[in-house]
Write a protein that binds this ligand. Sequence first.
Ligand SMILES: [Ca+2]
Length: 209
Amino acid sequence: MAIHLFKDSGLTQQISEGTLTNPDSDTYNGTDGQAKDRELFLANEQTILAGNITSTQTSIPLASARFADGDTIIIDTEQMVVTAGGGTTSLTVQRGQNGTAKAAHTSGTPVYSALAYTTLKVKPVDSSGSDESSWCKVALTQVDLDAAAPGAELTLGDKAHDVTLSFWRRSTARLAVHRLTSCDSPATRPECSLPGRHTTRQDRADQEL
Ligand SMILES: [Ca+2]
């Protein structure tokens, strides 16, 4: 997955996608229709260089294992394709891909999935048990949550590879329901493309509330 959902702007608290292994969970008072708001953040898969690299070396040291073989990554403005070492902190790459120039890069420089997104959308989706997706609504700002339609899709817009987008989610427990345990939302439904390419793909990020 080239894009992820986080609970914090520092991108340290990633929410699991589809597997619910690290859900965004909470407990609600179901007797009075309690609602909780949270700002969520969407960012590309990323880490930083663990060492300086020259303009020609094909071994790329990373701080964290974040990419798979076949991924396109971008460091400064240079794109590279991972040919080996996916899933580890030592990638083997082809340099200067998609018309970008080979260049030296310094330790600590961000390394991103090179995908950029157009018309990025989020929507509450509940794929676990009964469908409680209408208990959630999403909006660009917390104030806008008041007027948002439950379960409705939200268009976030375009996202460059190095940009973090945020939005707000309100979860409301229905009356007489004592604990909300299985509302999974939202799913990201980006149409994305590599610079210079025309590709589309569909990603998904589920969470449990
Ligand atoms: Ca459910």
